[in-house]
Design a protein around this ligand. Structure first.
Ligand code: GTP
Length: 593
Protein backbone atom coordinates (compact mmCIF):
# COMPACT_ATOMS: atom_id res chain seq x y z
CA UNK A 1 0.00 0.00 0.00
CA UNK A 2 1.14 3.52 -0.79
CA UNK A 3 2.19 5.31 2.41
CA UNK A 4 -0.01 8.34 1.76
CA UNK A 5 -3.05 6.02 1.76
CA UNK A 6 -2.37 4.53 5.22
CA UNK A 7 -3.67 5.80 8.57
CA UNK A 8 -2.71 4.11 11.84
CA UNK A 9 -4.69 5.05 14.91
CA UNK A 10 -5.77 3.87 18.33
CA UNK A 11 -8.81 4.66 20.42
CA UNK A 12 -8.33 6.19 23.85
CA UNK A 13 -11.34 5.97 26.12
CA UNK A 14 -12.33 5.54 29.70
CA UNK A 15 -14.05 2.24 30.51
CA UNK A 16 -17.69 2.32 29.42
CA UNK A 17 -17.40 5.45 27.33
CA UNK A 18 -18.10 3.35 24.24
CA UNK A 19 -14.80 2.27 22.70
CA UNK A 20 -15.96 -1.23 21.70
CA UNK A 21 -19.29 0.00 20.39
CA UNK A 22 -17.60 2.66 18.27
CA UNK A 23 -14.99 0.18 16.98
CA UNK A 24 -17.80 -2.19 15.97
CA UNK A 25 -19.55 0.63 14.13
CA UNK A 26 -16.39 1.57 12.25
CA UNK A 27 -15.98 -2.06 11.18
CA UNK A 28 -19.62 -2.28 10.21
CA UNK A 29 -19.63 0.94 8.17
CA UNK A 30 -16.38 0.22 6.29
CA UNK A 31 -17.26 -3.40 5.67
CA UNK A 32 -20.62 -2.31 4.32
CA UNK A 33 -22.23 -4.87 6.57
CA UNK A 34 -25.79 -4.51 7.74
CA UNK A 35 -26.59 -4.69 11.39
CA UNK A 36 -27.76 -8.27 10.97
CA UNK A 37 -24.68 -9.33 9.08
CA UNK A 38 -22.60 -7.61 11.69
CA UNK A 39 -24.28 -9.51 14.46
CA UNK A 40 -23.87 -12.69 12.47
CA UNK A 41 -20.18 -11.98 12.01
CA UNK A 42 -19.59 -11.12 15.62
CA UNK A 43 -21.41 -14.29 16.59
CA UNK A 44 -19.29 -16.31 14.15
CA UNK A 45 -16.19 -14.94 15.76
CA UNK A 46 -17.50 -15.78 19.18
CA UNK A 47 -18.17 -19.34 18.06
CA UNK A 48 -14.59 -19.66 16.93
CA UNK A 49 -13.48 -18.33 20.26
CA UNK A 50 -15.68 -20.73 22.10
CA UNK A 51 -14.61 -23.70 20.01
CA UNK A 52 -10.99 -22.93 20.50
CA UNK A 53 -11.42 -21.95 24.10
CA UNK A 54 -9.59 -18.71 23.57
CA UNK A 55 -10.47 -15.10 23.31
CA UNK A 56 -9.13 -13.22 20.37
CA UNK A 57 -7.02 -10.80 22.29
CA UNK A 58 -6.23 -8.02 19.91
CA UNK A 59 -9.03 -5.99 18.40
CA UNK A 60 -6.56 -4.63 15.90
CA UNK A 61 -8.34 -4.44 12.56
CA UNK A 62 -7.75 -3.16 9.05
CA UNK A 63 -10.50 -1.05 7.52
CA UNK A 64 -10.89 0.36 4.00
CA UNK A 65 -12.42 3.82 3.67
CA UNK A 66 -12.50 6.01 0.54
CA UNK A 67 -9.39 4.41 -0.94
CA UNK A 68 -7.42 4.54 2.30
CA UNK A 69 -6.34 1.70 4.56
CA UNK A 70 -7.08 2.43 8.20
CA UNK A 71 -5.45 0.32 10.90
CA UNK A 72 -7.26 0.47 14.21
CA UNK A 73 -4.87 -0.56 16.96
CA UNK A 74 -6.33 -1.79 20.21
CA UNK A 75 -4.68 -0.65 23.43
CA UNK A 76 -5.06 -2.25 26.83
CA UNK A 77 -7.14 0.09 28.98
CA UNK A 78 -5.36 -0.54 32.21
CA UNK A 79 -2.88 1.44 34.33
CA UNK A 80 -0.68 -1.58 35.00
CA UNK A 81 -0.06 -2.01 31.29
CA UNK A 82 1.37 1.45 30.69
CA UNK A 83 4.39 0.07 28.85
CA UNK A 84 2.27 -2.10 26.52
CA UNK A 85 0.10 0.94 25.87
CA UNK A 86 3.18 2.99 25.05
CA UNK A 87 4.25 0.42 22.43
CA UNK A 88 0.79 0.36 20.85
CA UNK A 89 0.84 4.13 20.69
CA UNK A 90 4.33 4.12 19.20
CA UNK A 91 2.86 2.05 16.36
CA UNK A 92 0.36 4.79 15.43
CA UNK A 93 0.31 8.34 14.16
CA UNK A 94 -2.93 9.40 15.76
CA UNK A 95 -5.74 8.57 18.13
CA UNK A 96 -9.43 9.03 18.63
CA UNK A 97 -10.18 10.33 22.09
CA UNK A 98 -13.64 9.05 22.98
CA UNK A 99 -15.37 10.88 25.82
CA UNK A 100 -18.82 10.10 27.14
CA UNK A 101 -21.01 13.17 26.60
CA UNK A 102 -22.68 12.65 29.96
CA UNK A 103 -19.61 11.67 32.05
CA UNK A 104 -16.85 13.91 30.80
CA UNK A 105 -13.08 13.44 31.02
CA UNK A 106 -11.74 10.88 33.54
CA UNK A 107 -8.27 10.61 35.09
CA UNK A 108 -7.48 7.20 33.59
CA UNK A 109 -7.93 8.58 30.11
CA UNK A 110 -5.59 11.44 30.87
CA UNK A 111 -2.55 9.21 31.27
CA UNK A 112 -3.12 7.70 27.84
CA UNK A 113 -3.86 11.05 26.26
CA UNK A 114 -0.62 12.50 27.59
CA UNK A 115 1.29 9.48 26.32
CA UNK A 116 -0.37 9.92 22.98
CA UNK A 117 0.62 13.59 22.91
CA UNK A 118 4.19 12.60 23.79
CA UNK A 119 4.21 10.39 20.72
CA UNK A 120 3.28 13.47 18.66
CA UNK A 121 -0.07 12.01 17.78
CA UNK A 122 -2.80 13.89 16.07
CA UNK A 123 -5.72 13.46 18.46
CA UNK A 124 -9.28 13.60 17.19
CA UNK A 125 -11.77 14.25 20.02
CA UNK A 126 -14.96 12.22 19.70
CA UNK A 127 -17.85 13.01 22.00
CA UNK A 128 -19.97 9.88 22.21
CA UNK A 129 -23.42 9.05 23.60
CA UNK A 130 -24.91 12.34 22.40
CA UNK A 131 -28.27 10.52 22.36
CA UNK A 132 -28.36 10.46 26.18
CA UNK A 133 -30.67 13.00 27.82
CA UNK A 134 -27.84 13.92 30.21
CA UNK A 135 -25.43 14.63 27.35
CA UNK A 136 -23.78 18.03 27.63
CA UNK A 137 -21.44 18.41 24.68
CA UNK A 138 -20.48 22.02 25.45
CA UNK A 139 -19.41 21.11 28.96
CA UNK A 140 -17.39 18.14 27.69
CA UNK A 141 -15.76 20.29 25.01
CA UNK A 142 -14.77 22.79 27.68
CA UNK A 143 -13.32 19.96 29.78
CA UNK A 144 -11.30 18.64 26.85
CA UNK A 145 -9.89 22.13 26.33
CA UNK A 146 -9.31 23.01 29.99
CA UNK A 147 -8.09 19.71 31.35
CA UNK A 148 -6.29 18.23 28.38
CA UNK A 149 -5.50 21.36 26.44
CA UNK A 150 -6.76 20.07 23.11
CA UNK A 151 -8.77 22.14 20.69
CA UNK A 152 -12.24 20.61 20.86
CA UNK A 153 -14.00 22.99 18.48
CA UNK A 154 -13.95 20.38 15.74
CA UNK A 155 -14.76 17.39 17.96
CA UNK A 156 -16.84 14.77 16.19
CA UNK A 157 -20.19 14.16 17.85
CA UNK A 158 -21.37 10.56 17.81
CA UNK A 159 -23.82 8.09 19.12
CA UNK A 160 -22.06 4.81 18.56
CA UNK A 161 -25.18 3.08 19.80
CA UNK A 162 -27.52 4.64 17.24
CA UNK A 163 -24.90 4.89 14.48
CA UNK A 164 -24.77 8.70 14.36
CA UNK A 165 -21.56 10.44 13.25
CA UNK A 166 -19.72 7.28 12.18
CA UNK A 167 -18.85 8.52 8.66
CA UNK A 168 -17.66 11.79 10.13
CA UNK A 169 -15.28 9.85 12.38
CA UNK A 170 -13.91 7.93 9.38
CA UNK A 171 -13.48 11.13 7.38
CA UNK A 172 -11.74 12.83 10.30
CA UNK A 173 -9.28 9.92 10.53
CA UNK A 174 -8.41 10.27 6.85
CA UNK A 175 -8.31 14.09 6.84
CA UNK A 176 -6.63 14.83 10.15
CA UNK A 177 -4.34 11.94 11.06
CA UNK A 178 -1.05 12.04 9.14
CA UNK A 179 0.13 9.02 7.11
CA UNK A 180 3.12 7.01 8.39
CA UNK A 181 6.64 7.44 7.03
CA UNK A 182 9.24 4.77 6.24
CA UNK A 183 11.27 3.24 3.42
CA UNK A 184 10.18 -0.15 2.08
CA UNK A 185 13.66 -0.81 0.70
CA UNK A 186 15.59 -0.12 3.91
CA UNK A 187 16.73 -2.99 6.17
CA UNK A 188 13.74 -4.38 8.08
CA UNK A 189 12.74 -2.84 11.40
CA UNK A 190 9.38 -3.94 12.75
CA UNK A 191 8.14 -3.40 16.28
CA UNK A 192 6.67 -6.30 18.21
CA UNK A 193 3.53 -4.65 19.58
CA UNK A 194 1.71 -7.58 21.14
CA UNK A 195 1.53 -11.35 21.00
CA UNK A 196 -0.91 -14.02 22.05
CA UNK A 197 -1.21 -17.76 21.90
CA UNK A 198 -3.51 -19.46 19.46
CA UNK A 199 -3.84 -23.25 19.73
CA UNK A 200 -3.84 -23.64 15.93
CA UNK A 201 -1.43 -20.97 14.78
CA UNK A 202 0.92 -20.98 17.76
CA UNK A 203 2.06 -17.57 18.91
CA UNK A 204 0.59 -14.75 16.81
CA UNK A 205 2.67 -11.58 16.77
CA UNK A 206 1.21 -8.17 16.08
CA UNK A 207 3.73 -5.92 14.33
CA UNK A 208 4.15 -2.42 13.03
CA UNK A 209 6.68 -2.28 10.23
CA UNK A 210 8.76 0.88 10.60
CA UNK A 211 11.31 0.33 7.83
CA UNK A 212 11.74 -2.29 5.13
CA UNK A 213 9.43 -5.18 4.30
CA UNK A 214 8.35 -8.24 6.26
CA UNK A 215 7.69 -11.26 4.02
CA UNK A 216 6.43 -14.79 4.23
CA UNK A 217 9.41 -17.19 4.21
CA UNK A 218 11.79 -14.57 5.56
CA UNK A 219 14.36 -15.47 8.20
CA UNK A 220 13.86 -12.91 10.97
CA UNK A 221 15.76 -12.00 14.09
CA UNK A 222 14.44 -10.56 17.39
CA UNK A 223 17.12 -8.02 18.23
CA UNK A 224 16.60 -7.96 22.03
CA UNK A 225 15.95 -11.67 22.50
CA UNK A 226 18.68 -12.60 19.99
CA UNK A 227 16.62 -15.46 18.53
CA UNK A 228 15.88 -16.20 14.87
CA UNK A 229 12.69 -17.59 13.36
CA UNK A 230 11.19 -18.37 9.97
CA UNK A 231 8.07 -16.37 9.10
CA UNK A 232 5.36 -18.80 8.00
CA UNK A 233 2.38 -16.46 7.82
CA UNK A 234 1.88 -12.76 7.24
CA UNK A 235 -1.51 -11.09 7.35
CA UNK A 236 -4.01 -8.75 8.89
CA UNK A 237 -7.48 -8.86 10.48
CA UNK A 238 -10.42 -7.41 8.53
CA UNK A 239 -11.70 -8.39 11.17
CA UNK A 240 -11.36 -11.96 9.83
CA UNK A 241 -7.84 -13.26 9.56
CA UNK A 242 -6.58 -12.54 6.05
CA UNK A 243 -3.24 -13.79 4.77
CA UNK A 244 -0.97 -11.47 2.80
CA UNK A 245 2.36 -11.91 1.03
CA UNK A 246 4.07 -9.08 2.87
CA UNK A 247 3.79 -6.03 5.10
CA UNK A 248 5.70 -2.92 4.07
CA UNK A 249 6.94 0.12 6.01
CA UNK A 250 4.03 1.93 7.67
CA UNK A 251 1.80 -1.13 7.79
CA UNK A 252 0.33 -2.96 10.78
CA UNK A 253 -0.43 -6.66 10.70
CA UNK A 254 0.49 -10.01 12.17
CA UNK A 255 3.01 -12.77 11.59
CA UNK A 256 3.42 -16.28 12.86
CA UNK A 257 6.80 -17.99 12.99
CA UNK A 258 6.27 -21.36 14.67
CA UNK A 259 6.81 -19.90 18.11
CA UNK A 260 5.38 -21.98 20.96
CA UNK A 261 5.24 -19.59 23.91
CA UNK A 262 4.51 -15.90 24.31
CA UNK A 263 7.36 -15.80 26.82
CA UNK A 264 9.69 -15.97 23.78
CA UNK A 265 8.33 -12.69 22.49
CA UNK A 266 8.99 -9.41 24.26
CA UNK A 267 6.71 -6.47 23.63
CA UNK A 268 8.76 -3.63 22.14
CA UNK A 269 11.43 -5.91 20.62
CA UNK A 270 12.68 -5.05 17.14
CA UNK A 271 12.21 -7.62 14.40
CA UNK A 272 14.79 -7.44 11.65
CA UNK A 273 15.96 -9.52 8.69
CA UNK A 274 18.41 -12.15 9.95
CA UNK A 275 20.39 -11.98 6.70
CA UNK A 276 20.34 -8.23 6.27
CA UNK A 277 19.89 -6.89 9.81
CA UNK A 278 19.32 -3.27 10.77
CA UNK A 279 22.27 -1.85 12.68
CA UNK A 280 20.19 -0.30 15.48
CA UNK A 281 17.10 -1.50 17.31
CA UNK A 282 14.05 0.73 17.68
CA UNK A 283 14.08 2.97 20.76
CA UNK A 284 11.89 2.54 23.82
CA UNK A 285 12.35 -1.16 24.63
CA UNK A 286 11.89 -2.08 28.29
CA UNK A 287 12.12 -5.40 29.99
CA UNK A 288 8.94 -6.33 31.83
CA UNK A 289 9.39 -6.20 35.57
CA UNK A 290 7.18 -7.43 38.33
CA UNK A 291 6.20 -4.69 40.73
CA UNK A 292 3.94 -6.46 43.19
CA UNK A 293 4.41 -9.95 44.59
CA UNK A 294 2.18 -12.23 46.60
CA UNK A 295 1.88 -15.87 47.51
CA UNK A 296 -0.95 -17.95 46.07
CA UNK A 297 -1.80 -21.13 47.96
CA UNK A 298 -4.58 -23.64 47.39
CA UNK A 299 -7.04 -23.83 50.26
CA UNK A 300 -7.14 -27.55 49.74
CA UNK A 301 -3.57 -28.87 49.62
CA UNK A 302 -4.73 -31.52 47.11
CA UNK A 303 -5.29 -28.74 44.59
CA UNK A 304 -1.62 -27.89 44.34
CA UNK A 305 -1.11 -29.69 41.02
CA UNK A 306 -4.26 -28.11 39.64
CA UNK A 307 -2.97 -24.69 40.66
CA UNK A 308 0.39 -25.38 39.00
CA UNK A 309 -1.40 -26.40 35.81
CA UNK A 310 -3.72 -23.41 35.80
CA UNK A 311 -0.94 -20.92 36.42
CA UNK A 312 1.02 -22.53 33.59
CA UNK A 313 -1.95 -22.16 31.25
CA UNK A 314 -2.49 -18.50 32.13
CA UNK A 315 1.17 -17.84 31.63
CA UNK A 316 0.92 -19.22 28.08
CA UNK A 317 -0.94 -16.07 27.20
CA UNK A 318 0.44 -13.58 29.66
CA UNK A 319 4.19 -13.56 29.95
CA UNK A 320 4.04 -10.49 32.17
CA UNK A 321 3.56 -12.38 35.39
CA UNK A 322 6.16 -14.59 36.98
CA UNK A 323 5.89 -17.48 39.41
CA UNK A 324 8.06 -19.80 41.39
CA UNK A 325 7.28 -22.42 43.98
CA UNK A 326 7.05 -21.31 47.58
CA UNK A 327 6.59 -23.22 50.81
CA UNK A 328 5.01 -21.65 53.81
CA UNK A 329 4.84 -23.18 57.24
CA UNK A 330 1.29 -21.84 57.56
CA UNK A 331 -0.01 -22.54 54.09
CA UNK A 332 1.99 -25.44 52.71
CA UNK A 333 2.93 -25.56 49.02
CA UNK A 334 2.07 -22.70 46.74
CA UNK A 335 3.56 -20.13 44.40
CA UNK A 336 5.20 -16.77 44.81
CA UNK A 337 3.87 -14.72 41.91
CA UNK A 338 4.97 -11.38 40.51
CA UNK A 339 2.67 -8.93 38.76
CA UNK A 340 2.87 -5.66 36.85
CA UNK A 341 0.68 -4.02 39.44
CA UNK A 342 -2.24 -4.45 41.77
CA UNK A 343 -4.94 -4.62 39.16
CA UNK A 344 -2.95 -7.17 37.22
CA UNK A 345 -2.76 -9.24 40.41
CA UNK A 346 -6.52 -9.01 40.80
CA UNK A 347 -7.13 -10.09 37.23
CA UNK A 348 -4.96 -13.20 37.55
CA UNK A 349 -6.39 -14.08 40.94
CA UNK A 350 -9.91 -13.72 39.63
CA UNK A 351 -9.22 -15.81 36.54
CA UNK A 352 -7.74 -18.59 38.66
CA UNK A 353 -10.77 -18.54 40.91
CA UNK A 354 -13.40 -18.25 38.21
CA UNK A 355 -12.07 -19.97 35.13
CA UNK A 356 -10.11 -22.67 36.91
CA UNK A 357 -12.42 -23.03 39.87
CA UNK A 358 -9.70 -22.82 42.50
CA UNK A 359 -10.10 -21.79 46.13
CA UNK A 360 -7.05 -19.70 46.89
CA UNK A 361 -5.39 -18.02 49.80
CA UNK A 362 -3.56 -14.89 48.76
CA UNK A 363 -0.90 -13.60 51.09
CA UNK A 364 -0.31 -9.91 51.72
CA UNK A 365 0.84 -8.29 48.50
CA UNK A 366 4.35 -6.97 48.80
CA UNK A 367 6.41 -4.60 46.74
CA UNK A 368 10.10 -5.18 46.01
CA UNK A 369 12.37 -3.67 48.67
CA UNK A 370 15.99 -2.81 48.05
CA UNK A 371 18.14 -3.69 51.03
CA UNK A 372 21.78 -2.78 51.63
CA UNK A 373 23.36 -5.20 54.07
CA UNK A 374 25.71 -4.05 56.83
CA UNK A 375 29.51 -4.30 56.50
CA UNK A 376 29.21 -4.05 52.74
CA UNK A 377 27.80 -7.57 52.62
CA UNK A 378 25.85 -6.69 49.49
CA UNK A 379 22.49 -5.80 48.06
CA UNK A 380 19.27 -7.80 48.36
CA UNK A 381 16.05 -7.42 46.41
CA UNK A 382 13.36 -8.59 48.75
CA UNK A 383 10.17 -10.02 47.22
CA UNK A 384 8.83 -11.76 50.28
CA UNK A 385 8.65 -10.24 53.77
CA UNK A 386 9.24 -13.72 55.17
CA UNK A 387 12.80 -13.58 53.76
CA UNK A 388 13.72 -10.31 55.45
CA UNK A 389 17.27 -10.49 56.92
CA UNK A 390 17.72 -9.96 60.67
CA UNK A 391 17.44 -6.27 61.63
CA UNK A 392 21.11 -6.07 62.65
CA UNK A 393 22.14 -7.17 59.15
CA UNK A 394 20.21 -4.38 57.45
CA UNK A 395 22.05 -1.12 56.77
CA UNK A 396 19.35 0.60 54.75
CA UNK A 397 16.08 -0.39 53.17
CA UNK A 398 14.40 1.45 50.31
CA UNK A 399 10.88 1.16 48.95
CA UNK A 400 9.29 2.10 45.61
CA UNK A 401 7.26 5.31 45.37
CA UNK A 402 4.58 6.27 42.93
CA UNK A 403 3.06 9.45 41.66
CA UNK A 404 -0.70 9.12 41.83
CA UNK A 405 -3.22 11.35 40.12
CA UNK A 406 -6.67 11.24 41.64
CA UNK A 407 -9.59 12.90 40.02
CA UNK A 408 -12.56 13.39 42.29
CA UNK A 409 -15.80 15.40 42.64
CA UNK A 410 -15.36 18.29 45.05
CA UNK A 411 -17.46 16.97 47.91
CA UNK A 412 -15.23 13.92 48.42
CA UNK A 413 -11.96 15.82 48.45
CA UNK A 414 -11.59 15.99 52.25
CA UNK A 415 -11.72 12.23 52.89
CA UNK A 416 -9.40 11.60 49.94
CA UNK A 417 -6.78 13.99 51.29
CA UNK A 418 -7.05 12.27 54.66
CA UNK A 419 -6.64 8.85 53.09
CA UNK A 420 -3.51 9.95 51.21
CA UNK A 421 -2.12 11.62 54.32
CA UNK A 422 -2.72 8.46 56.39
CA UNK A 423 -0.79 6.51 53.81
CA UNK A 424 2.32 8.69 54.13
CA UNK A 425 1.43 10.64 51.00
CA UNK A 426 3.10 13.89 50.03
CA UNK A 427 0.80 16.27 48.25
CA UNK A 428 2.22 17.72 45.07
CA UNK A 429 -0.60 19.52 43.41
CA UNK A 430 -4.28 20.35 43.70
CA UNK A 431 -6.33 21.96 40.96
CA UNK A 432 -10.01 22.38 40.32
CA UNK A 433 -11.62 21.94 36.96
CA UNK A 434 -15.33 22.06 36.29
CA UNK A 435 -16.40 21.24 39.85
CA UNK A 436 -13.89 18.48 40.21
CA UNK A 437 -10.56 18.31 41.92
CA UNK A 438 -7.41 16.81 40.52
CA UNK A 439 -4.95 15.87 43.26
CA UNK A 440 -1.44 14.65 42.74
CA UNK A 441 0.29 12.78 45.52
CA UNK A 442 3.57 10.98 45.92
CA UNK A 443 2.89 7.79 47.84
CA UNK A 444 4.87 4.74 48.89
CA UNK A 445 3.60 1.89 46.69
CA UNK A 446 3.58 -0.33 49.77
CA UNK A 447 0.76 1.83 51.20
CA UNK A 448 -1.27 1.44 48.05
CA UNK A 449 -1.02 -2.30 47.48
CA UNK A 450 -3.27 -3.38 50.31
CA UNK A 451 -6.63 -1.76 49.86
CA UNK A 452 -6.06 1.81 48.72
CA UNK A 453 -8.07 1.34 45.58
CA UNK A 454 -11.02 -0.22 47.41
CA UNK A 455 -10.96 2.54 50.01
CA UNK A 456 -10.83 5.19 47.34
CA UNK A 457 -13.84 3.72 45.61
CA UNK A 458 -15.88 3.30 48.77
CA UNK A 459 -15.08 6.77 50.14
CA UNK A 460 -16.17 8.40 46.89
CA UNK A 461 -18.98 5.98 46.06
CA UNK A 462 -17.13 5.05 42.90
CA UNK A 463 -16.74 8.60 41.64
CA UNK A 464 -12.98 8.93 41.96
CA UNK A 465 -10.55 7.75 39.35
CA UNK A 466 -6.99 6.88 40.09
CA UNK A 467 -3.92 6.52 37.99
CA UNK A 468 -0.28 6.05 38.94
CA UNK A 469 3.25 5.73 37.67
CA UNK A 470 6.41 4.63 39.45
CA UNK A 471 8.92 7.31 40.35
CA UNK A 472 11.77 5.31 41.87
CA UNK A 473 13.09 4.12 45.23
CA UNK A 474 13.44 6.05 48.48
CA UNK A 475 14.94 5.00 51.77
CA UNK A 476 12.55 4.61 54.66
CA UNK A 477 12.45 3.50 58.29
CA UNK A 478 10.89 0.16 57.45
CA UNK A 479 10.62 -2.86 59.70
CA UNK A 480 9.27 -6.37 59.48
CA UNK A 481 6.26 -7.03 61.65
CA UNK A 482 5.47 -10.61 62.59
CA UNK A 483 2.10 -11.87 63.69
CA UNK A 484 2.21 -14.65 66.26
CA UNK A 485 -0.73 -16.91 66.91
CA UNK A 486 -0.37 -18.99 70.04
CA UNK A 487 3.28 -17.84 70.16
CA UNK A 488 4.14 -19.05 66.68
CA UNK A 489 4.82 -16.60 63.84
CA UNK A 490 2.42 -16.98 60.90
CA UNK A 491 4.68 -16.40 57.91
CA UNK A 492 1.83 -15.57 55.55
CA UNK A 493 0.84 -12.62 57.71
CA UNK A 494 4.24 -11.04 58.19
CA UNK A 495 4.62 -7.71 56.49
CA UNK A 496 6.95 -4.82 56.08
CA UNK A 497 5.65 -1.58 57.54
CA UNK A 498 6.89 1.90 58.27
CA UNK A 499 7.99 2.13 61.90
CA UNK A 500 5.66 5.06 62.54
CA UNK A 501 2.70 2.90 61.59
CA UNK A 502 3.78 -0.42 63.03
CA UNK A 503 1.95 -0.09 66.32
CA UNK A 504 -1.36 1.05 64.87
CA UNK A 505 -1.30 -1.58 62.18
CA UNK A 506 -0.20 -4.29 64.61
CA UNK A 507 -3.02 -3.44 66.98
CA UNK A 508 -5.53 -3.39 64.17
CA UNK A 509 -4.31 -6.74 62.89
CA UNK A 510 -4.59 -8.38 66.32
CA UNK A 511 -8.10 -6.99 66.82
CA UNK A 512 -9.16 -8.26 63.43
CA UNK A 513 -7.72 -11.71 64.00
CA UNK A 514 -9.37 -11.93 67.39
CA UNK A 515 -12.71 -11.71 65.64
CA UNK A 516 -11.75 -13.91 62.73
CA UNK A 517 -10.23 -16.87 64.52
CA UNK A 518 -12.80 -19.10 66.22
CA UNK A 519 -12.45 -19.97 69.88
CA UNK A 520 -10.54 -23.06 70.85
CA UNK A 521 -10.52 -25.25 73.95
CA UNK A 522 -7.61 -23.16 75.22
CA UNK A 523 -6.70 -19.49 75.39
CA UNK A 524 -5.09 -18.20 72.20
CA UNK A 525 -2.80 -15.19 72.41
CA UNK A 526 -2.40 -13.10 69.23
CA UNK A 527 0.59 -10.80 69.08
CA UNK A 528 2.24 -8.40 66.72
CA UNK A 529 5.99 -8.13 67.14
CA UNK A 530 8.99 -6.41 65.68
CA UNK A 531 12.02 -8.60 66.27
CA UNK A 532 11.58 -9.85 69.84
CA UNK A 533 9.46 -6.89 70.90
CA UNK A 534 5.71 -7.33 71.18
CA UNK A 535 3.91 -4.17 70.08
CA UNK A 536 0.29 -5.32 70.28
CA UNK A 537 -1.60 -8.16 71.86
CA UNK A 538 -5.08 -9.65 72.05
CA UNK A 539 -6.33 -12.88 73.58
CA UNK A 540 -9.08 -15.15 72.40
CA UNK A 541 -10.82 -16.63 75.40
CA UNK A 542 -11.10 -20.41 75.68
CA UNK A 543 -14.24 -22.21 74.56
CA UNK A 544 -16.31 -23.59 77.42
CA UNK A 545 -18.73 -26.15 76.12
CA UNK A 546 -19.03 -28.66 73.35
CA UNK A 547 -20.94 -27.07 70.45
CA UNK A 548 -23.26 -30.01 70.16
CA UNK A 549 -24.41 -29.54 73.74
CA UNK A 550 -26.94 -27.05 72.42
CA UNK A 551 -28.77 -29.84 70.65
CA UNK A 552 -29.99 -31.48 73.84
CA UNK A 553 -28.94 -34.84 72.42
CA UNK A 554 -32.45 -35.24 71.08
CA UNK A 555 -32.52 -34.17 67.48
CA UNK A 556 -30.04 -36.47 65.86
CA UNK A 557 -30.29 -35.06 62.32
CA UNK A 558 -29.68 -31.59 63.61
CA UNK A 559 -26.70 -32.82 65.50
CA UNK A 560 -25.30 -34.53 62.44
CA UNK A 561 -25.85 -31.42 60.38
CA UNK A 562 -23.99 -29.36 62.87
CA UNK A 563 -21.08 -31.77 62.88
CA UNK A 564 -20.99 -31.83 59.10
CA UNK A 565 -20.99 -28.08 59.08
CA UNK A 566 -18.06 -28.09 61.43
CA UNK A 567 -16.23 -30.54 59.18
CA UNK A 568 -16.90 -28.32 56.18
CA UNK A 569 -15.57 -25.40 58.16
CA UNK A 570 -12.46 -27.41 58.96
CA UNK A 571 -11.66 -27.94 55.31
CA UNK A 572 -11.41 -24.23 54.80
CA UNK A 573 -9.12 -23.74 57.76
CA UNK A 574 -5.43 -23.94 58.32
CA UNK A 575 -3.90 -25.47 61.42
CA UNK A 576 -1.33 -23.25 62.96
CA UNK A 577 0.38 -23.61 66.32
CA UNK A 578 -2.50 -25.93 67.19
CA UNK A 579 -4.90 -23.19 66.17
CA UNK A 580 -7.24 -23.38 63.20
CA UNK A 581 -7.26 -20.20 61.17
CA UNK A 582 -10.08 -19.85 58.63
CA UNK A 583 -9.08 -19.00 55.10
CA UNK A 584 -11.03 -15.75 55.15
CA UNK A 585 -8.99 -14.58 58.11
CA UNK A 586 -5.86 -14.31 56.00
CA UNK A 587 -7.46 -11.99 53.52
CA UNK A 588 -9.69 -10.11 55.93
CA UNK A 589 -6.85 -9.47 58.35
CA UNK A 590 -4.91 -7.71 55.64
CA UNK A 591 -7.59 -5.20 54.87
CA UNK A 592 -6.88 -2.12 56.86
CA UNK A 593 -10.46 -0.92 57.09
P1 GTP B 1 -15.06 -1.51 28.08
O1 GTP B 1 -15.17 -2.58 27.03
O2 GTP B 1 -15.61 -1.91 29.41
O3 GTP B 1 -13.73 -0.83 28.12
O4 GTP B 1 -16.05 -0.37 27.64
P2 GTP B 1 -16.05 0.38 26.29
O5 GTP B 1 -15.43 1.70 26.47
O6 GTP B 1 -15.58 -0.48 25.20
O7 GTP B 1 -17.60 0.66 26.17
P3 GTP B 1 -18.68 -0.15 25.37
O8 GTP B 1 -18.55 0.07 23.93
O9 GTP B 1 -18.71 -1.55 25.86
O10 GTP B 1 -19.94 0.66 25.88
C1 GTP B 1 -20.27 0.76 27.24
C2 GTP B 1 -21.76 0.90 27.37
O11 GTP B 1 -22.19 2.13 26.79
C3 GTP B 1 -22.53 -0.18 26.63
O12 GTP B 1 -23.64 -0.52 27.42
C4 GTP B 1 -22.96 0.49 25.34
O13 GTP B 1 -24.14 -0.05 24.83
C5 GTP B 1 -23.15 1.91 25.79
N1 GTP B 1 -22.93 2.85 24.69
C6 GTP B 1 -21.92 2.90 23.82
N2 GTP B 1 -22.08 3.91 22.95
C7 GTP B 1 -23.24 4.53 23.29
C8 GTP B 1 -23.97 5.65 22.78
O14 GTP B 1 -23.58 6.30 21.82
N3 GTP B 1 -25.12 5.97 23.42
C9 GTP B 1 -25.58 5.28 24.49
N4 GTP B 1 -26.71 5.69 25.04
N5 GTP B 1 -24.93 4.23 24.98
C10 GTP B 1 -23.79 3.86 24.41
Amino acid sequence: TELSKIRNFSIIAHIDHGKSTLADRLIQRTGGLTEREMQQQVLDNMDIERERGITIKAQTVRLEWKGCTLNLMDTPGHVDFAYEVSRSLAACEGALLVVDAAQGVEAQTLANVYQSIEHDHEIVPVINKIDLPAADTDKVKAEIEDIIGLDASNAVLTSAKSGIGIEEVLDAIVDRIPPPTGDRDAPLKAMLVDSWYDPYLGVVILVRVMEGTLKKGQQIKFMQAGTTHLVDRVGCFRPKLTQLEELGAGEIGFITAQIKEVAQTAVGDTITDARKPADKALPGFKEVQSVVFCGLFPVDANDFEKLRDSIGKLRLNDASFTFEMETSAALGFGFRCGFLGLLHLEIIQERLTREYDLDLITTAPSVVYHIELTHGAGHVELHNPADMPEPNKVETIAEPWIKAVIYVPDEYLGPILKLCQDRRGIQQNLTYVAGRAQVTYELPLNEVVFDFYDRLKSITRGYASFDYEQIGYREGDLVKMNILVNNEPVDALSMIVHRSQAEARGRHMCERLKDLIPRHMFKVPIQAAIGGKVIARETIAALRKDVTAKCYGGDITRKRKLLEKQKEGKKRMREYGNVSIPQEAFIAALRMG
